[in-house]
Design a protein around this ligand. Structure first.
Ligand code: HEM
Length: 389
């Protein structure tokens, strides 16, 4: 499997940037109209993640945009407070309890695909599954699912106007639900968020709404792409498929290698907090910095033979889910969803194959990696005989 040759992830470019460098591992570059420091090596990316006192997540301009008020875009001490408020809802116990409903949902989506006789992974499973999981967690009523799915797509699409409009619509929507839950509490995340208190403080209205919207932005497209990349890796690597079929307990390790190998989030950003020196460069307060997660996860000084998908890579200290105080809040949920999908897939369709007659095209995003479409032939047991051929 050679992603690079397909021009899918710019691994050659990343390697050149890292290796040009023992002396200057950071670049001040313009890319698509945005100038800033670009960090390609593991060491500097990790530094930027963990030194939040030097690399800020906060916007330089005050904003009333709900996402800009969310946990992802705050620094301590505010960040610590927000994280404490929301982390209970994502505790291992809460997430583990969701396994059987996620499994039923995965089974149902595969059943539908089987009945339909065709399967386009993105539209038929990888996208609806995480959206439904978040919608249920939040307590969005069933009749609003379609609207919710549409918002989720519009939030990660390329239409800026629609993005703003969508945030406004969701603000009205979630405000109404939050008000209703304050009057009439339910066993759902919106009620928990509306009631939660840390040090006597509750989430403000905009913080609550920002968090709900962030869950859609941060949690859906990313998990969708993780699932798609896992399909691509297993399809392209017969020895990995054989090992997974022989030993399903290797699925979690396979997923960690997918996080590293084709990181669903390829880059994130920070703002330099105060003037500082890094690798011989003078970085100024207010300068943007871009953390190339996809490159750090292929850094040959940390990962032996990074271009190989190694099911037995141990340790595997990838930064696909970030690191430090902003480490992905939904990490366990994403892992659970992807594991359940792969277990169900390999159980029911061990001989599935990606339909390579459709060219693999990357979604139009530098920040995310995933295919636009992924038609898959769902083949069951017996020498690749399709269950619906
Ligand atoms: C494959 C799936 C996922 C990937 C690759 C991923 C990746 C990441 C990364 C790299 C960060 C750190 C960003 C930064 O520091 O700038 C992050 C943070 C975050 N993620 Fe995820 N994520 C995934 C799934 C999810 C899910 C399922 C949820 C929730 C339902 C979620 C919610 C969040 C939140 C709330 C944050 C911000 C945490 C904070 O600021 O303290 N993510 N994620």
């Amino acid at each position: 499997m050679d992603w690079n040759a397909a021009g899918i992830i710019p691994l050659d470019t990343y390697r050149e940037k890292r290796q040009h460098i023992p002396v200057e591992p950071v670049y001040y570059e313009e890319h698509e109209g945005v100038t800033g420091w670009r960090l390609y090596r593991y060491e500097e990316v990790k530094l930027a993640f963990t030194r939040h006192d030097l690399f800020s997540s906060q916007d330089t301009q005050p904003s009333d945009d709900p996402i800009e008020s969310s946990i992802l875009r705050t620094d301590p001490p505010k960040h610590r407070q927000l994280r404490m408020l929301v982390s209970k809802a994502f505790s291992p116990r809460v997430i583990e309890a969701m396994e059987s409903s996620i499994r039923s949902l995965a089974e149902e989506l595969f059943d539908r695909a089987e009945a339909a006789g065709q399967f386009e992974l993105m539209a038929d499973l990888a996208s609806p599954l995480p959206v439904s999981v978040i919608a249920r967690m939040l307590g969005v009523p069933n009749e609003d699912f379609e609207r919710f799915k549409q918002w989720s797509e519009d939030l990660v699409g390329n239409n800026g106007e629609r993005f703003q409009q969508c945030q406004q619509e969701m603000t009205v929507y979630f405000k109404e639900i939050a008000d209703e839950r304050r009057r009439n509490p339910q066993d759902d995340l919106i009620t928990k968020l509306a009631e939660a208190q840390v040090e006597g403080e509750k989430l403000s209205e905009i913080e609550l709404i920002g968090f709900c919207i962030l869950l859609l932005v941060a949690g859906n497209e990313t998990t969708t792409n993780l699932i798609a990349s896992a399909f691509l890796c297993i399809d392209g690597l017969p020895e990995v498929r054989a090992e997974l079929l022989a030993n399903r307990s290797l699925i979690p390790a396979a997923l960690e290698e997918v996080f590293r190998y084709c990181s669903p989030v390829q880059l994130t950003y920070r703002t330099i907090k105060e003037d500082m020196e890094l690798c011989g460069h003078q970085l100024r307060a207010g300068d943007p910095a871009f953390l190339y997660i996809g490159s750090a996860n292929h850094d040959e000084t940390v990962f032996e033979q990074p271009e190989l998908f190694n099911l037995h890579r141990n340790p595997n200290p990838h930064v696909g889910l970030g690191s430090g105080i902003h480490y992905c809040l939904g990490a366990q949920l994403a892992r659970l969803e992807a594991r359940v999908v792969l277990e169900t897939l390999l159980e029911r369709f061990p001989n599935f194959r990606v339909d390579h007659t459709v060219p693999l095209e990357r979604i139009e995003s530098n920040m995310m990696f995933g295919p636009k479409r992924l038609p898959v032939v769902l083949a069951g047991d017996g020498a690749g005989v399709s269950r619906y051929a």
